[in-house]
Each structure stands twice: as structure tokens, then as C-alpha cells.
Design a protein around this ligand. Structure first.
Ligand code: SAM
Length: 293
């Protein structure tokens, strides 16, 4: 093991720097050699939950000075961390699981340290979102990470409506007590035809991956109470091309007028010249309008 850890030694680790270290999202073995090396080297570890982190570090045979730096004290914790960094110490930051700053505290601490003119060094590692996307498949070409949706129904629907036309896939985090409600809202607002990957308990004993259309997702979750337990990442297909390329009412009006005087192709060309909208999209829409007529 020490020979392997030596691989991480081949780099300069500046003093007076904050090391933002990703930790496992379930399986303790998912820690990088560099994370172990740095956690072993730093003078203190700032952590979202010092008890959890003490337990995690003990599993790697590490005992460290721990500083609490969670959502509610991130600013005051930052001052303490900055004082240590100014004294030339190396400090690591770890959240409860995965990559700090990703639906987790850490971002404010990073900002405060950098604004103080001090160095921040990222140590990459597990994140539930990336782990789920890696097994989603080719239908996820690009994605937008959303994290947790609002817990109140009306706010959740409004947040989803704002995302409904987005052509890229969407990645959500969800807790077990809201999973059915949230998947129901995804179906209602984004449309029943889109694909969803329900990634549960990644890297853990009861890991499961289920892909289906949103229309079937709630029934699948409700068919077995175990399917609603644990931690979830939801990867949802983006808006189909028609919805994302929807033409504005003004463009629609110009196209309809052009179609009254010209054949399909000419109408699309004229409407594109007047509005600046895509000629192809206008031609497709013109064909559809002719069909409707
Ligand atoms: N910072 C973490 C990361 O990089 O993924 C995320 C922390 S966030 C507070 C916790 C949420 O991440 C959970 O509610 C769940 O949605 C998701 N999550 C974390 N671990 C997971 C796992 N092993 N399987 C599925 N989802 C997970």
C-alpha cells in the first residue's frame, strides 16, 4: 500500500492551501490514492460532520484535528480555516459523501479562501451525479445538473416548467421520502414519453439501476417498497427536438402569412429571412401546418 501511496507523492503540495477532497458515496474503497495521501499529510480536516468524518478517517487509519464547517457556520468556519492557512498549514475539506460543493457545503469556504488570496487545490473523486450519468447510456449527450428540487409542490412544478424545453438531460438528487412525489412531478411536467434512469444506492450493497419511460416510473417504484429506500439520482432525458425548437408566436404568425401567398419552401425561406429563425425548423413547421390544413 505504501508503494501505491508513493504514486501520489510525485507532486508538490503547497503549504498554506485548502485541499478540497472528494470522498466515497457509499463504498469506502472508492477513495483515491491522492486523497489518502493528502488526508494523511494535512494539519487539519474541516468537515461537514466531524463525527462522520472521524469515523471515515479511522477506517483509513487516520486520526486528524477536525474542524466543523457545515452549511450553518460556513462563514465563521472559513475564518478559522483562513487563519490556519495564513499560518502556513495545509487544511483539507471533506463533505459527508462525494464531492464537496456538489449539493453539499464547501463552495462558500472555497470562495472565502480564494478571496483571501490563498490557494485552493481540488482532489477529484466520486460524485453520485457523474456515477449515474456514466451508466445512463447514449441518450444522455449532455446534461444539466440540478440537484435537489424544491420540496414544496408548487415551487417544484415551477422549477420543472422552467426546465421543460431544455434539450439536454437533467440530473436530480432525491431522498427516499420524496422519491415517488418527485418522479410523479417529472412525469406530469416534462412528459410521460421521456426516459428516466433511477439510480439507487450507487456503490452500495443494494445498488440498483432501472431505466424506463417516465410514464412507467411511479408504478415501478410503488410495486416494491424496497425500490423507494436509500439515496437516489434521477437522470431524465431532455426535451424532444420539436419542443426545444418551438417557434415563437411571432415567427409562427409570419410563417402562416407567408404560407398564404407562397408554396411551402418559399414560405419557409421568406419567414426565415424576416425573422432570423432557422430555415429548416420553419420548413418542418410549414409542412406540419399544411398537413393540419
Ligand atoms: N456531494 C455529493 C456528491 O458529490 O454526489 C452529494 C451530496 S447530497 C447532500 C446527497 C444526495 O446525493 C443524496 O440525497 C442522493 O440524492 C445523492 N447520493 C449520494 N450518494 C448516493 C448514492 N450512493 N447513490 C445514489 N444517490 C446518492
Amino acid at each position: 500500500m505504501s508503494a501505491l501511496l508513493a504514486l501520489a507523492d510525485d507532486q508538490h503540495y503547497p503549504s498554506g492551501a485548502l485541499y478540497v477532497v472528494a470522498t466515497p458515496i457509499g463504498n469506502t474503497a472508492d477513495i483515491t490514492l491522492r486523497a489518502l495521501h493528502v488526508l494523511g499529510m494535512v494539519d487539519a480536516v474541516a468537515a461537514e460532520d466531524t463525527r462522520n468524518s472521524a469515523h471515515l478517517l479511522a477506517r483509513y487509519g487516520l486520526e486528524k484535528t477536525l474542524l466543523a464547517a457545515h452549511e450553518h457556520n460556513e462563514r465563521s468556519a472559513a475564518e478559522k480555516v483562513i487563519a490556519r492557512l495564513r499560518a502556513g498549514e495545509r487544511v483539507a475539506y471533506i463533505s459527508d459523501a462525494g464531492t464537496p460543493g456538489i449539493s453539499d457545503p464547501g463552495a462558500r469556504l472555497v470562495e472565502a479562501v480564494r478571496s483571501a488570496g490563498l490557494e485552493v487545490v481540488p482532489l477529484p473523486g466520486p460524485s453520485a451525479a457523474i456515477t449515474a450519468v456514466s451508466v445512463a447510456g447514449a441518450w444522455v449527450e449532455g446534461f444539466t445538473f440540478i440537484g435537489f428540487l424544491p420540496s414544496k409542490a408548487a415551487q417544484r412544478v415551477a422549477a420543472l416548467q422552467a426546465l421543460a424545453a431544455q434539450p439536454q438531460s437533467l440530473v436530480f438528487y432525491e431522498a427516499p421520502h420524496r422519491i415517488v412525489e418527485t418522479v410523479g412531478a417529472l412525469c406530469q411536467v416534462l412528459g410521460a414519453q421521456r426516459r428516466i434512469l433511477i439510480a439507487r444506492e450507487l456503490t452500495k450493497r443494494f445498488e440498483s439501476l432501472h431505466e424506463c419511460a417516465l410514464a412507467q416510473a411511479v408504478a415501478w417504484l410503488e410495486a416494491d417498497a424496497n425500490r423507494q429506500r436509500g439515496e437516489f439520482v434521477l437522470v431524465v432525458q431532455g426535451a424532444p427536438p420539436a419542443a426545444s425548437d418551438a417557434l415563437s408566436p411571432e415567427v409562427e404568425r409570419v410563417l402562416a402569412l407567408a404560407l398564404e401567398a407562397l408554396p411551402t419552401k418559399g414560405a419557409a425561406k421568406l419567414a426565415a429571412a424576416i425573422t432570423g429563425a432557422s430555415k429548416n425548423a420553419l420548413y418542418e413547421r410549414a409542412l406540419a401546418l399544411k398537413g393540419e390544413r
